[in-house]
Ligand binder design. Sequence first.
Ligand code: IPE
Ligand code: IPE
Ligand code: MG
Length: 234
Amino acid sequence: MNVPNHIGIIVDGNGRWAVKRGKSRSEGHLAGSKNLDTLCQYIFDKGVKVVSLYVFSTENFKRSDEEVNYLMDLFVKKFKEDFKKFSKKGIKIVFSGRRQPLKKEILDIIDDVTLQTKDNKNGILNFCLNYGSHAEIIDACKKMIEDKVAIDDVNEALFNKYLYNDLPNLDLLIRTGGELRLSNFMLYQAAYAELYFTNTLFPDFNKDEFDQALDSYNNRDRRFGGINYEKKNC
Ligand code: IPE
Ligand code: IPE
Ligand code: MG
C-alpha cells in the first residue's frame, strides 16, 4: 500500500446531511466536526504525514451571520479541546488563511495552538480557515514585493515559503458531498494531486470510505508528465 504523504480534504456536505435529517445546518456542522476527530486520527495512524482540511473558505463569509457565528464558535471550542489530543501524538497544528476579518477570540486560539505545537515532529494538521487559494497566491506575491525579492531569486522553493505554510504538494485531494470542483482550495499545491470525489456527505465519510479513497489512489498511475516504461501498454 502506497500511502500519500499529503492529503487535502474539502469537507463538504454538512448542511445537506442535516437537512436530510430534518435538522439545522448547525447540527450538520457539529456532526462533521465530530467526524473530523476520528478520521484525522485514523489518517495519521495510516502513516500520512500532512493533512490539510478545508473547513472555511474566504467565500463562506457570504453565508448568514448565524451560520458563520456558529462555525466560528465551533472552531474555537474545537481547537481548545482537540489540540492536546493531537499534540500528545506529536502532531503539529498549523493554520492557513487570511487573518482579516477573523475575530480576536479565534485569532488568539489559532496563535496559541500554533505556538504550543510548533516543535511537534510526527505529522502536520493544517486547518484551512478563511482560506482561499487566490487570496493565498496574492498574499504571497505582496509579501515578496514587500521583501524586495530579486527577480532571479524567484523559484518554486522560494514561492512555497511565501505561501501560508511551506508544505509539500498534495498527493491526494478528496472532496466529499458530490460537487466536482475545487472551490478555491489549494490550486497551486494540487498541481499533480490525484483527485477523488465522492457523493458521501462529510459526516458519513468514515474510515471505510477513506480506505476506498486510498485504494483508488493506489490504482492511479502517477506519471508527472513522464512515461511509466514498466507498464505493458506504453
Ligand atoms: C461544508 O459543508 C462545511 C463548510 C463550508 C463550513 P457545507 O456547509 O458547505 O454543506 P452543504 O454543501 O451545504 O451540504
Ligand atoms: C467549499 O465548500 C468550502 C469548504 C468545504 C470549507 P462550499 O460548500 O463552500 O463550496 P461551493 O459553494 O459548493 O463551491
Ligand atoms: Mg457545501
